[in-house]
Design a protein around this ligand. Structure first.
Ligand code: SF4
Ligand code: SF4
Length: 85
């Protein structure tokens, strides 16, 4: 069962209580109060998560978090897993 649009595992996040996040699927916007392009794109297209998108993995999804030092392949693999690929 998917936990986010982008492949982040919200359920096991250790910071969610601290930052007041109820998880991507349970919130209209991301917890930080701005907008998330991936979440917006996915929900606009009525996809459960990016793994079901015909354009997966698009540039936006593939590059999200790179500048902050996160490895996008972890999220992409999770999307593939949720999609059963
Ligand atoms: S980065 Fe965006 S799509 Fe991913 S969990 Fe956070 S709000 Fe959802
Ligand atoms: S893979 Fe990219 S184009 Fe497809 S829903 Fe996700 S963000 Fe949008």
């Amino acid at each position: 069962m998917h936990e986010s649009r982008c492949g982040v595992c919200c359920n096991s996040c250790e910071r969610k209580d601290k930052v007041g996040c109820r998880g991507c699927l349970n919130m209209e916007g991301p917890f930080w109060g701005g907008t998330c392009g991936v979440k917006s794109c996915c929900e606009k297209n009525k996809y459960d998560h990016c793994g079901v998108c015909p354009d997966f993995p698009c540039d936006m999804l593939s590059n999200m978090g790179k500048e902050e030092g996160f490895d996008p392949s972890v999220r992409l693999d999770k999307c593939r897993e949720w999609q059963g690929q």
